[in-house]
Design a protein around this ligand. Structure first.
Ligand SMILES: C[S@@+](CC[C@H](N)C(=O)[O-])C[C@H]1O[C@@H](n2cnc3c(N)ncnc32)[C@H](O)[C@@H]1O
Length: 191
């Protein structure tokens, strides 16, 4: 496990508990959920679990993965049934189980090789929803590591021939976030 990432995120969540507050799920995920067949989901870098909780409410079982024990502990406090498996793991070396998931979600986190590993292992007919920050001259956070920012249009072209792009958009982030940042989201279906 990357001890540095774990310590960094645990410190961040401990020093700024507002980051663990309940936030709404992404509108793109909400509006496409009815298309998904099956109820087995994977939430990558789940944080305090805004998507995990939403998916559980909608009848999904969720494997929720994060490196931060502080975030996972907070998430566990808000869960009222046993539809969620909390997995404390480093996503740099995490490989999803093959043919298990009907839906994978990765939001506000970017690991391009992990997107590829996950996409390869999804069931046929499964959906993958990815949403995170992108480069933009008017982004307020100027010290973001460019490796963790998408390029314009990138998510639209990221997935190969085995996938259909169901929806794609670029937009300004949610008002509750600390800095104004451009974001990008895509939902794709594996053929
Ligand atoms: C900005 S939060 C996103 C939380 C959630 N997905 C959301 O959209 O609200 C990023 C999360 O990535 C997790 N994270 C960072 N590096 C990680 C790694 N190497 N492996 C697993 N999780 C990691 C952090 O602990 C943090 O909870």
């Amino acid at each position: 496990m990357s001890v540095k990432d774990r310590e960094k995120w645990n410190r961040k969540y401990t020093e700024k508990p507002t980051l663990l507050e309940t936030r709404p799920p992404s509108p793109m995920l909400v509006s496409h959920l009815h298309l998904i067949d099956g109820n087995c989901a994977l939430d990558l870098a789940c944080g305090s679990g805004r998507h995990t909780r939403f998916l559980v409410e909608k009848g999904f079982c969720v494997d929720a993965v994060d490196i931060s024990s502080v975030a996972l502990e907070q998430l566990s406090k808000t869960l009222s049934n046993n539809s969620v498996t909390l997995i404390e793991a480093d996503l740099d070396s995490f490989t999803p189980q093959k043919d298990r998931y009907d839906l994978a979600v990765m939001t506000n986190y970017l690991d391009r090789p992990l997107i590829t590993r996950t996409a390869q292992r999804l069931k046929h007919g499964a959906f993958f929803f990815v949403e995170t920050y992108m480069v933009h001259p008017q982004n307020e956070k100027k010290d973001s590591n460019p490796d963790f920012l998408l390029n314009a249009g990138e998510l639209k072209t990221f997935f190969g021939q085995n996938f259909s792009v169901i929806a794609y958009e670029e937009f300004w982030n949610e008002a509750y976030e600390l800095y104004k940042m451009r974001k990008q989201s895509v939902i794709v279906k594996k053929n």
